[in-house]
Design a protein around this ligand. Structure first.
Ligand code: UDP
Length: 453
């Protein structure tokens, strides 16, 4: 490795962004790059080395004082994060240069496009990292360019939009912020802005793999210098022969691995419904009740992640009364869970990381999308990959308990379940192929590394 084989990686401070970008760091480190991973966090602390000697983590402040309540206003949050990064990053880069370890590129999260100019002003190449699929980015791009506009009412529009290799999209398949722009104007601006300066970016990285979005890929590659590097799940989970460690990368939450694995060990193969709605989804209380009842009436064993902030919505004594039938945890070791033979299906909110993980491990899915790109990801899962089903909402936007029972039955048994499992096995193989030595994502990662080594 020559001097300067060093890049900085800077994810947006949310789990769904930190996970894939920190996993990407591990891949880069295993191929000879030195990495500084900057984590914007509530608790800034001194830099430390990970178990990979060539990855240094630098936690920096998100701009909130210790004990200060974190703002719910995204504008305020983004501004504080931006100010904090703009204050710290230049000094960090200068220090790296002085210590003989100059960085050559900044890999930054697509939700912070202003980092491109910061990178360029310090002589670094700017590599944007998208944690969402190309289909979603493409939709935002067309909105930015004015070539696709979303009708203003939610109902009565079918077959709205068509994209290469993808079924027609209805209103409720589109990223939610486009349809609910009046409810989330700030978030809409952030997601649309991701593509605002993409024409000037030096390298465009995406956590997807070529076969997953084959036809769309040709189009995006004709516009930008694209490298698909996913799925970013640790290869150890895809192939037990590989020696890479099982570490998840940097996590904002703690999981009790032994508790989950021991509980799963006590269950029959393919008998458990794993339920996780990711790190951000907040359910209405009555929706939570429908899920409680749906799982109960399905008669299946279930392992359910209910974050601490969501627990108050569960019925009193629920955890005790569930007994052996269910294990409720505030965070799970999701990769260990999805690769456990007792898990028969994954009831998911369709966050892109969860989708890629379910797909990579061949786990049949039940999609219960909530917002953001989740409805579009659910469409992928149900109608393109055909590895699961999406629950139907009633006219008030609720998923009723009967629907949950019906979908669990459909996926866990019967003809449809068999078909889904067959497709899931096929995608699992393709995902594994992409990141194995010589696979499309492995080649892309090598290409990235060779630009700096
Ligand atoms: N995750 C986990 N344990 C949990 C729930 C989620 O490790 O109990 C991980 C999951 O494996 C995924 C990430 O957190 O990598 C969540 O990202 P995703 O894009 O699925 O959803 P988000 O949290 O961004 O909505």
């Amino acid at each position: 490795m020559r001097e300067g084989s060093h890049v900085i990686v800077l994810p947006f401070p949310a789990q769904g962004h930190i996970t894939p970008m920190s996993q990407f760091c591990k891949r880069l480190a295993s191929k000879g790059l030195k990495i500084t991973l900057i984590i914007v966090s509530d608790k800034p602390s001194p830099p430390y080395k990970t178990e990979h000697d060539s990855i240094t983590v630098i936690p920096i402040s998100n701009g909130f004082q210790e004990g200060e309540e974190r703002s719910q206003d995204l504008d305020d949050y983004m501004e504080r994060v931006q100010t904090s990064i703009k204050t710290r990053l230049p000094k960090l880069i200068e220090d790296m240069k002085l210590s003989g370890n100059p960085p050559r590129a900044l890999v930054y999260d697509s939700t912070m496009p202003w980092l491109l100019d910061v990178a360029h002003s310090y002589g670094l190449r700017g590599a944007v990292f998208f944690t969402q699929p190309w289909l979603v980015s493409t939709i935002y791009y067309h909105v930015t360019k004015g070539s696709f506009s979303v009708p203003s009412t939610k109902y009565g529009h079918s077959a709205l939009a068509s994209f290469p290799s993808f079924p027609m999209l209805n209103m409720n398949d589109l990223p939610s912020f486009l349809c609910e722009s009046s409810s989330y104007p700030n978030i809409l601006r952030v997601v649309i802005d991701q593509l605002s300066n993409i024409d000037r970016v030096d390298i465009v990285l995406c956590n997807t793999f070529d076969k997953l979005e084959e036809k769309l890929l040709k189009w995006v590659q004709s516009l930008w210098p694209v490298l698909n590097i996913g799925p970013t799940v640790p290869s150890m989970y895809l192939d037990k022969r590989l020696s890479e460690d099982k570490n998840y990368g940097f996590s904002l939450f703690d999981a009790n691995v032994a508790e989950c694995v021991e509980w799963l060990n006590s269950k029959q193969p393919s008998s458990v419904v794993y339920v996780s709605l990711g790190s951000l989804v907040v359910l209405k209380e009555d929706q939570m009740m429908e899920l409680v009842e749906g799982l109960k009436q399905s008669g299946r064993f279930f392992l359910w992640v209910v974050r601490d902030t969501e627990k108050k919505k569960l019925p009193r004594n629920y955890v005790e009364e569930t007994g052996e039938k269910g294990l409720i945890v505030s965070w799970s070791p999701q990769l260990d869970v999805l690769t456990h033979e007792s898990v028969g299906c994954f009831l998911t909110h369709c966050g892109w990381n969860s989708m890629l993980e379910g797909l990579s491990f061949g786990v049949p899915m039940i999609g219960m999308p909530h917002w953001a790109d989740q409805p579009t990801n659910a469409k992928f899962m149900e109608d393109v990959w055909k590895v699961g089903v999406r629950v139907k909402e009633d006219v008030n936007g609720f998923v009723k308990r009967e629907e949950i029972v019906r979908r669990v039955g459909e996926v866990m048994e019967g003809e449809k379940g068999k078909e889904i499992r067959k497709n899931a096995d096929n995608w699992k193989m393709l995902a594994r192929e992409a990141i194995s030595e010589g696979g499309s994502s492995d080649i892309s990662i090598n290409e990235f590394v060779s630009m700096f080594c």
